[in-house]
Design a protein around this ligand. Structure first.
Ligand code: FE2
Length: 316
């Protein structure tokens, strides 16, 4: 199967052509677990298309599980869907459902052929936006950890290299399908092996935020919630998306669909969690989360003025 050239241009390393506003704001649309195949819900998918075109994000992050059973026709449908999204960089990463689970020979000998042909030829990528570097690491493990995935040591080295020359003020964002830090109440699927090793490394690289999927329920929190790590002054903002278009929502998002809008500027990371509601046939904001970059207001005048304004508001 041929890889269309346009896929490469659109999905691999590149710069957006859009100019950002003066405050360096970046807007990301974070979707996940589309699951083309029987669980995919057409009406929700169309609503998501409308949402994406209205939002006009700087980039879209789709954190894995494009298909339900890694079949050629499911990948083709996912490909056609991605092509209809706004023409901005789309950061992708494979999910465990993008690998054949039951077709043993395929899983063992060429697990990523269909993903590479339809979604992206590369499995680990670096995307540069003005003001942000996004590293996507393939967390699937076709042979061993089929469900909870894994990140290899060489992938940590890949991330280190990608982040090492990033200017201090730029956002460092990591994308992977499986979760490094589960919601505190999550007891269904074990976190990936060596997740703590990865989190320690990402902390060392000063990663601001991790975006993922897999759980089919949203979780917006901080890596320190589940792993205090070596440096408790640098927590990584953890943003998990629920399933954006499938019937497979779980726990608090059972039979629900959700997505996140992430806005990053020099001082803050703001995440809005949207859920799909049938009565309005649209994604509606349900909660907002604001984090200071690097865990607290900056020590400069602007940062201190903001801290004082918040203090006054809380004490009024
Ligand atoms: Fe999934």
């Amino acid at each position: 199967m041929m890889v269309r050239e346009s896929h490469r241009e659109r999905f691999t390393v590149g710069h957006t052509t859009r100019t950002r506003s003066g405050d360096g704001l970046i807007t990301l649309l974070h979707i996940s677990d589309l699951h083309f195949g029987p669980p995919f819900q057409e009406r929700v998918g169309e609503s998501l298309q409308r949402f994406a075109h209205q939002l006009e994000p700087d980039a879209i992050v789709a954190s894995g599980d494009f298909t339900q059973r890694a079949l050629p026709e499911q990948f083709a449908a996912a490909r056609a869907y991605l092509d209809r999204l706004p023409s901005v960089p789309i950061v992708v990463t494979p999910g465990n459902h993008d690998i054949a689970l039951y077709r043993f020979a395929e899983r063992v000998f060429h697990p990523y052929d269909l993903y590479k042909a339809h979604i992206l030829p590369e499995l680990d990528t670096v995307t540069k936006l003005p003001g942000a570097t996004i590293v996507a690491l393939n967390s699937t493990a076709p042979l061993r950890a089929t469900v909870n995935g894994r990140i290899h040591r060489w992938q940590i080295d890949f991330a280190r290299e990608a982040f090492q020359d990033v200017p201090e003020e730029d956002a460092r964002i990591l994308v992977s399908h499986h979760h490094f830090a589960p919601p505190p109440d999550w007891d269904r699927v074990a976190v990936m092996p060596q997740a703590k090793r990865a989190l320690d490394a990402f902390t060392h690289f000063k990663v601001d935020m991790i975006l993922g999927g897999h759980l089919h329920r949203a979780y917006i929190g901080n890596s320190l919630d589940v792993y205090s790590g070596a440096d408790r002054e640098h927590g990584i903002v953890v943003v998990q998306s629920g399933t954006s278009t499938s019937r497979r929502g779980r726990a608090r998002e059972r039979e629900k669909n959700s997505l996140n809008v992430v806005r990053v500027d020099a001082r803050h990371i703001r995440v809005t969690h949207y859920m799909y509601f049938d009565d309005v046939q649209d994604f509606v904001p349900t909660s907002r989360h604001q984090f200071f970059r690097r865990g607290r207001p900056a020590l400069d005048r602007e940062g201190q003025a903001e801290a004082e304004a918040i203090f006054r508001e809380d004490h009024s």
